[in-house]
Design a protein around this ligand. Structure first.
Ligand code: CUA
Length: 331
């Protein structure tokens, strides 16, 4: 009994979770899961029939071992004739099974791609080594609102993602919601997603893109439309300017690569940091967002994520502390 319980627990915990294709929280992931389930049942049934047939054949062969040696060769001929009569049934079953699977696969594929009405929202997601630039079309101004490594989605609404890449091929994949779709430099791939279940999910780059491919995660939050609109309006605002020494150090040491809207910092090489302290993670899912981790990341990026484009900027301990304090206040 306890063994059965253990197996059941292992199976079920394998299916649930924030990064699982077997726990769909959106229409497109649901279409993929239904296709998977159908294929499992059809292929499972075929496997069972084939295994049973093989078992039966082996049993017959064992039962009749030595019959031919005693001179009853016509038994084999009778079996051959029976099997020949079965052939059209077997062929028909295979053709029917394949037709069902091809049809289901065609409709699942159609459910995944941008073919329907205008989406509620457009979002541009660009893969970089090794982080995600995320830009929302502002419904008010028509301009773009930029953030990084975090994708917020309004529950129940269709969002059209325009996927691209800045350097090498990456792949967008949030298993609970949608994906995967390659992000290719010089090309835009469109992906519609309709998330249904509120909560946090984990996305992961799904195309090997270099040394830190594994550390290219995307935090995804699905929230009710009103909460989403409030979040987007807050993102559109410039940074509250806590100023002070941290802001001054940032302006000289960091602003060539990072932007903070509402200040002079406008670098585009790295992630926009306007509301960085509100994000859940740092360095594309590598660290949780805390002031201590911010300071550690600034001091030793190459130790935390070897190969990252973020250089170790030589700062005095007091300056590093001031910058970390400044960034931790960007909400
Ligand atoms: Cu980006 Cu793998």
């Amino acid at each position: 009994m306890s063994a059965r319980l253990l197996v059941a627990c292992l199976l079920l915990t394998g299916c649930a979770g924030t990064q699982s294709t077997l726990d769909p929280g959106g229409d497109q992931a649901g279409a993929l899961f239904s296709l998977f389930a159908l294929m499992m049942w059809v292929c499972g049934a075929i496997y069972t029939v084939v295994a049973a047939g093989l078992g039966w054949a082996l049993w017959q062969a064992w039962r009749r071992r030595g019959v031919d040696a005693r001179g009853h060769g016509d038994v084999t001929h009778r079996t051959d004739r029976r099997l020949t009569r079965l052939l059209p049934i077997v062929a028909g079953t295979i053709v029917l099974g394949l037709t069902v699977l091809i049809t289901a696969s065609f409709f699942a594929d159609r459910a995944l791609f941008a073919t329907r009405a205008a989406p509620a929202l457009e979002v541009r997601v660009t893969g970089h080594q090794w982080w995600w630039r995320v830009e929302y079309r502002d419904p008010a101004s028509g301009g773009w609102i930029e953030t990084a490594n975090e994708l917020h989605l309004p529950q129940g609404q269709t969002v059209r993602l325009a996927l691209g890449a800045a350097d090498v091929i990456h792949s967008f994949w949030v298993p609970n919601v949608a994906g995967k779709l390659d992000m290719i430099p010089g090309r835009t791939n469109l992906l519609d997603i309709t998330a249904r279940r509120a909560g946090w999910y984990r996305g992961q780059c799904a195309e090997f893109c270099g040394m830190q491919h594994a550390h290219m995660a995307l935090a995804v939050k699905v929230e009710p439309p009103a909460a989403f609109r409030a979040w987007l309006a807050a993102q559109a605002a410039s940074a509250g300017a806590p100023g002070g020494r941290g802001a001054m150090v940032f302006a000289t040491a960091c602003s060539a690569c990072h932007a903070i809207r509402g200040t002079g910092a406008g670098g585009r090489a790295g992630p926009d940091l306007t509301h960085v302290a509100e994000r859940r993670t740092l360095a594309a899912g590598t660290l949780t967002m805390t002031r201590g981790n911010l300071q550690g990341w600034i001091a030793q990026p190459q130790a935390i994520k070897p190969g990252t484009s973020m250089p170790a900027v030589p700062l005095t301990p007091a300056d590093a502390d001031a910058v970390a304090g400044y960034l931790a206040g960007l909400r």
